[in-house]
Design a protein around this ligand. Structure first.
Ligand SMILES: *Cc1c(COP(=O)(O)O)cnc(C)c1O
Length: 462
């Protein structure tokens, strides 16, 4: 070989577009296919600068190694990979302990592909229990603003969703609103512990008390399912005296995303029941396990084993003390960002990252008369690589646009400061550009190839 004929980029395949439509007739060597795929993915956003996601975007080297080593293990094959099953079982017991199940050694729980699958399972168990108690007709469940998985549950499993609208400055489900919407067909109240919109915790204890009152007044015994997708692995460490879990007898099931604040890689969720009897037998399938059988209750059959294994690794690596330190550090960054935003004129915080009020996120809106909105700001921030969504609050407050930044493991004070500087700069740019004032070079991004001044890009007013 000579004259670069062995260079990757002169190989056949890299001189033409990637196959796109129709099943490709011929293949290409792995290096070429890899480069094509790898390079296309450079157009994706940088996940660690994506503050719209709740999901894990930083994992350590050991977790990566375990994920690679377990790539070929199917979690459903309990008999073939009994030790994988054992690590999942131990994780279930650890989570049951963390969430104060009355008897963590016998309670039922399972890993899932995420909170959505876990939510479906929690909802199905509630529906089956309700029917077993003699419930007839079309069942319903009651909730405040919820993540889309609950609308999915309602539609896929034909259960009516009774969503209590937001009112005024009340941004979570209010316990006082429950009595008027619950009836004998209500299979559960879903309380979100870590709202998707604002990051705020709902008052699960208050909801439980309101349902106690309802039982006393009208003999309706309605269980609670807590959607703790993002709060389930925060509050136990950073607000341990906040009562939201199985300490409340009315809480029969809880879901959480291991791949959010549980710190596991993507594809890990957990569904847990308070007591064995809260998961009806109809939902259980037995599979072979070391000459015996093991109960499974999942929507999927085959699933990757690495996520649950790596979650177990996270639990034993960090322990309670480690999770406390990691999550406290994450909250510290959130509060730092909140303090910075609070100092910018016209930014009003709805959630400032207080660990007793919500998850490690900051949520804000703009006040006063402005020539731009949060969609403009989100768009502007994208030019620096930041992915921060702006969206309306749910009904009946959808007149209000908000922005939310979720802070996660691996996001530093330094990154928060860079983000704050960009928010200040983008806000100024928007303010001026809309009045047709040219940007200064510094405002236009600060980076230049030469020493000559940048040409103004906007036309001055005439
Ligand atoms: C993220 C989230 C879900 C969905 O969880 P996945 O793990 O993405 O399936 C459900 N509920 C809440 C409150 C969430 O934040």
């Amino acid at each position: 070989m000579s004259e670069g004929a062995d260079d990757l980029f002169v190989r056949p395949g890299l001189g033409r577009p990637a196959p796109q439509a129709g099943f490709p007739a011929h293949g290409m060597i792995p290096q070429v296919a890899y480069e094509l795929v790898h390079d296309e993915l450079m157009l994706d956003g940088v996940s660690r600068m994506n503050l719209a996601t709740f999901c894990t975007t930083w994992v350590d080297d050991q977790a990566r190694r375990l994920m690679t080593e377990c790539m070929d293990k199917n979690l459903v094959d309990k008999d073939e990979y009994p030790q994988t099953a054992e690590l999942e079982r131990r994780s279930v017991q650890m989570i049951a302990d963390l969430w104060h199940a009355p008897d963590p050694s016998t309670t039922r729980g399972t890993s899932t592909i995420g909170s959505s699958e876990a939510a479906m399972l929690g909802g199905l168990a509630a529906r089956t229990r309700w029917r077993a108690r003699g419930g007839t007709g079309r069942p319903n469940f009651v909730c405040g603003p919820v993540q889309v998985c609950w609308e999915k549950f309602a539609r896929y499993f034909d259960v009516e969703i009774r969503q209590i609208p937001l009112r005024d400055e009340r941004l979570t489900l209010h316990p006082g609103d429950l009595a008027q919407v619950c009836d004998e067909r209500t299979i559960m109240v879903v309380s979100t512990f870590g709202q998707t919109y604002t990051g705020l915790f709902e008052d699960v204890a208050g909801i439980s008390t309101a349902l106690d009152d309802l039982e006393n007044a009208r003999d309706l015994d309605i269980p609670i399912h807590v959607d703790a997708a993002s709060g389930g692995f925060l509050a136990p460490f950073t607000a341990p005296d906040l009562v939201w879990d199985f300490r409340l007898p009315r809480v029969k099931s809880i879901n959480a995303s291991g791949h959010k604040t549980g710190l596991a890689p993507l594809g890990c969720g957990w569904a847990m029941w308070r007591d064995r009897k809260d998961l009806p037998d109809e939902l259980i399938f037995d599979v072979d396990y070391l000459g015996d059988s093991m109960a499974t209750f999942n929507l999927n059959f085959s699933r990757p084993g690495g996520q649950a294994i790596t979650q177990y690794y996270d639990f034993i690596r960090l322990g309670r003390v480690g999770y406390f330190k990691v999550q406290s550090a994450v909250y510290r960054v959130a509060r730092h960002l909140a303090a910075g935003l609070h100092g910018i004129e016209g930014f009003e915080l709805l959630h400032d990252g207080d660990p007793r009020r919500g998850i490690a996120a900051v949520c804000w809106r703009l006040t006063g008369d402005r020539v731009f909105n949060l969609y403009d700001l989100s768009d502007r921030l994208r030019s620096r690589g930041w992915l921060i969504a702006a969206y309306p609050l749910p009904a009946d407050r959808n007149d209000e646009t908000i922005m939310r930044a979720v802070i996660r493991h691996g996001f530093t004070i330094d990154m928060a400061d860079l983000l704050l500087a960009d928010i200040v700069r983008c806000t100024r740019q928007l303010q001026r550009r809309l009045f047709s004032t040219p940007l200064t070079r510094e405002e236009a991004g600060g980076f230049t190839h030469s020493a000559t001044p940048a040409t103004p890009t906007a036309t001055p007013p005439t």
